[in-house]
Design a protein around this ligand. Structure first.
Ligand code: SF4
Length: 365
């Protein structure tokens, strides 16, 4: 029996970090700010702004239109490029249609694009480790399609066409599982011992930290719930990591997908959220679980994050064109710790924070 808890109650551990990363805050804020500064103009977003059903539906209810092709956007309109980035071909098409393009690509995705451009110019062939159909990989691949090949698994390696093994580098999608990427990279190094590594890991800080938290906490739990959408790469990876560690895991968009049978025999539950999942969905889930299981909640802090991105230059330019000074505007994250304590207090739910970090540790990309 768990000490300190009624055996009928469940213990819920909230992983921290979880949920929105700096890139998602920025991308969502870009659309929010456009809705505010251009209230009478239609706003189009190329692809889902971030891979979360609720985020997309909330914007749709405010009139934002999501398109899968720039051709669908009327000439001269405002179009936002999503956090996952786009290929140069999409940018050129937008230019040809005289669209007002606002780029909400995460700077950490842009960094991988810049590496692809730089190494292609130096005459390298590039092996891009990632999921072939993911929007981010499609965008990065578009930077130098003639010298890039996608590697999804070690099984792809025998069919790679490499001209000069000394002029070969690998790059990766930002949201891969560290474990899976490690297996592929090791296989690439065995096949091409001279392959060059990217200057710094392409798997982003947010992906790394959320995976690290699941790895640290999941082994003490009977079940892991990941709040996120099925097309969110980093959310799916969190679910896989928990399962690989031997803890059953479920990916849910929200509390409406909970099934009573999942909780039979569950005494300790880990709740986390992918980088594109809004925190209010986590709160609603906790509320439901406390109502049905009388749970007590602990947040386990595994890493502290202090990464923030500024407004994209293209949004600042649009603001200036509309006579708005961008200097007074910034992306504000607020004090999440205080908000969390307030929320639990207001809902009368027992809550405490367990700090598992080395004090003062801040993780930079
Ligand atoms: S998951 Fe990483 S790469 Fe993707 S938007 Fe967030 S910070 Fe950027």
């Amino acid at each position: 029996m768990r000490r300190g808890y009624d055996c009928r109650q469940m213990k819920i551990i909230l992983a921290n970090p979880r949920g929105f990363c700096a890139g998602v805050y920025m991308a969502i804020d870009v659309v929010d700010q456009l809705l505010e500064i251009c209230p009478d103009e239609p706003i189009f977003v190329y692809h889902e702004i971030v891979h979360n059903r609720h985020v997309v539906q909330r914007f749709q209810r405010r009139g934002v239109r999501f398109v899968e092709s720039v051709e669908e956007v009327p000439d001269g309109s405002i179009v936002v490029f999503s956090a996952h980035g786009v290929s140069p071909e999409v940018r050129q098409l937008a230019k040809a249609k005289k669209l007002l393009s606002v780029d909400a690509t995460c700077p950490l995705v842009t960094k991988v694009h810049a590496e692809a451009i730089r190494y292609a110019r130096k005459g390298f062939q590039i092996l891009l480790v990632g999921h072939r159909h993911h929007q981010e990989v499609v965008g990065t691949l578009g930077e130098a399609p003639e010298v890039m090949q996608v590697v999804e698994s070690p099984a792809d390696i025998p069919s790679l066409k490499v001209d000069d093994p000394e002029k070969l580098i690998y790059l990766t999608q930002t949201t891969l599982s560290l474990d899976d990427a490690g297996v592929i990279i090791e296989a690439l190094k065995r096949a091409f011992p001279q392959i060059k590594e990217p200057p710094a890991s392409d798997i982003c800080y947010a992906t790394t930290n959320r995976q690290m938290a699941v790895r640290a906490i999941a082994p003490q739990c009977d079940l892991v719930l990941v709040v996120g959408s099925a097309n969110s790469s980093n959310s799916v990876r969190l679910t896989e990591i928990a399962m690989n560690m031997g803890t059953p895991a479920r990916l849910i968009d929200d509390r409406s997908e909970l099934k009573r049978e999942w909780f039979v025999g569950v005494q300790t539950l880990l709740v986390t959220a992918g980088a594109s999942a809004p925190e209010d969905l986590v709160h609603e889930l906790i509320e439901e679980l406390v109502r049905t299981h009388g749970a007590e909640v602990e947040q386990h802090d595994v890493r502290h994050e202090e990464v923030e991105f500024g407004l994209p230059g293209s949004l600042k330019s649009l603001m200036r064109e509309r006579g708005i000074d961008p200097e007074g505007r910034r992306i504000v994250r607020g004090d999440e710790g205080s908000r969390l304590r307030e929320w639990f207090g207001a809902h009368n739910i027992p809550f405490r924070i367990v700090d598992l970090t080395v004090q003062g540790t801040a993780v930079a990309p």
